[in-house]
Design a protein around this ligand. Structure first.
Ligand code: ADP
Ligand code: AMP
Length: 218
């Protein structure tokens, strides 16, 4: 399946993408993870995008679209993909549609995880991520078994610089302005699957699984 996970920062896209990827046999492609890896490796792309990420701004569409399209073209994505954090602007959404149309394919659905701004702040404030495998935890909602260590791989957990309160506020503002219009865009295209993201992690997961059963594959 070819899916997009849409939702504000902290809505639970990464958390849900992992089990979905296993169940559907589709690769999880997170634009944020790709950018952070480029920054960590000190590549040319990493140098270009670091300042945008640090201040909670969007990386320019041209850079982002090029990077994600390259990743989608890799052989492992031919069986299907789950995009997490992309598209984030109308221009990115149109570029994605056009690129898929060139191959005679389209998205099967866009799962929109709806969460209130107050809850987003709580989630991002308590988020911890594994440095090694990128697994996501929350100090209250989904804590690791051993504090500071990843349950899955034993890697060290860290908090993202851009999860500090001031940058979170900026990122949520950017989401409302630049990304929220995609809800209407995909609703008009009859692709939108809206999920109540305020429920606990397992319930959100069950709702997504149930909704995808009714989703037409192209
Ligand atoms: P996103 O990828 O959309 O930015 P994440 O998946 O990283 O969001 O989730 C943000 C934080 O909220 C993480 O700490 C995660 O453990 C927690 N979280 C995700 N989904 C839920 C949920 N349904 N209920 C409570 N906490 C959640
Ligand atoms: P995320 O991990 O999805 O929260 O993304 C972290 C940061 O990476 C964002 O705040 C942006 O600076 C950048 N980023 C990730 N995806 C995109 C995108 N689709 N368009 C522009 N910038 C992005």
């Amino acid at each position: 399946m070819r899916l997009v996970l849409l939702g504000a920062p902290g809505a639970g896209k990464g958390t849900q993408a992992e089990p979905m990827s296993r169940e559907l046999g589709a690769v999880h492609i997170s634009s944020g993870d790709l950018f952070r890896e480029a920054v960590r490796q000190g590549t040319e792309l990493g140098r270009q995008v670091k300042s945008y990420i640090d201040r909670g701004a969007l990386v320019p569409d041209e850079i982002t679209v090029r990077m994600v399209m390259e990743r989608i073209s890799a052989p492992d994505a031919s069986k299907g993909f789950i995009l997490d954090g992309f598209p984030r602007t109308l221009e990115q959404a149109r570029a994605l549609d056009a690129a898929l149309a060139q191959h005679g394919i389209s998205l099967d659905g866009v799962v929109y995880i709806n969460v209130s701004p107050e809850e987003l702040q709580r989630r991002l404030g308590g988020r911890w991520i594994c440095r090694r495998c990128q697994a996501v935890y929350h100090e209250v909602y989904s804590p690791p078994k051993i504090s500071g260590r990843c349950d899955r791989c034993g890697g060290e957990l860290y908090q993202r610089e851009d999860d500090k309160a001031q940058t979170v506020k900026k990122r949520i503002d950017v989401y409302s302005r630049e990304t929220a219009p995609l809800i209407a865009y995909y609703r008009e295209a009859d692709k939108l699957i809206e999920i109540d993201g305020e429920q606990d992690i397992d319930r959100v997961r069950r709702d997504i699984t149930a909704a995808l059963k009714n989703c037409k594959r192209t």
